[in-house]
Design a protein around this ligand. Sequence first.
Ligand SMILES: C[S@@+](CC[C@H](N)C(=O)[O-])C[C@H]1O[C@@H](n2cnc3c(N)ncnc32)[C@H](O)[C@@H]1O
Length: 199
Amino acid sequence: MTEHYYTGQPRAEHDLREITAILRGKRFVFTTDAGVFSKGRIDPGTRLLAETMEIHPGDTVLDMGCGYGPLGAVAGGLAGEGRVLMVDVNQRAVELARRNLRQNGVTNARVLAGDGFAAVEERDFDVILMNPPIRAGKAVVYALIGEARDHLKEGGRLYVVVQTKQGAKSMMREIENQFGNAEDVEREGGYRVILARRA
Ligand SMILES: C[S@@+](CC[C@H](N)C(=O)[O-])C[C@H]1O[C@@H](n2cnc3c(N)ncnc32)[C@H](O)[C@@H]1O
């Protein structure tokens, strides 16, 4: 049976690799493995979101569905004295994300294993980042978006990256329904970054 990248405990045989990437002008080295999302390269949607997201020094950031940790690692650097929480349901991704934070000298971020927001206690994030698990289905992704709204402070920002051909229009409509606003802040290479603010 095909194993999805959002499996809690992947059984795929390990295939550890290192990939390097320049993100926001900084060089990162990420260890990846079989059974996690985009193990061979930084996903183009991830890259677009990393290059677009506005994170201010001091911000508190949540990286929901962090995978091996590229967005959280970049966010940690941008947040300075702020903090980053990263969450993934895939235990292998969680372990890699922890390793990648250490490997890249990111000290203001921590990683939790958890299903969506179940393990997230804070409800006052300045920024929530999502490259959502589209393959898990609309019901899962739309529920995560609603939960994201409830975990942002007033004026807090949700960034979602989505592939244009994987339902970007309906994603935009859903975010607009749940937040009362949504804008396209970047489009490139078949991906869009959508920004919504909690009123
Ligand atoms: C498209 S990948 C993005 C990974 C990473 N943020 C990146 O950009 O490379 C989506 C991630 O969401 C995780 N995920 C899926 N369902 C989840 C859930 N219910 N709770 C937390 N994470 C979930 C998957 O395991 C996967 O790592």
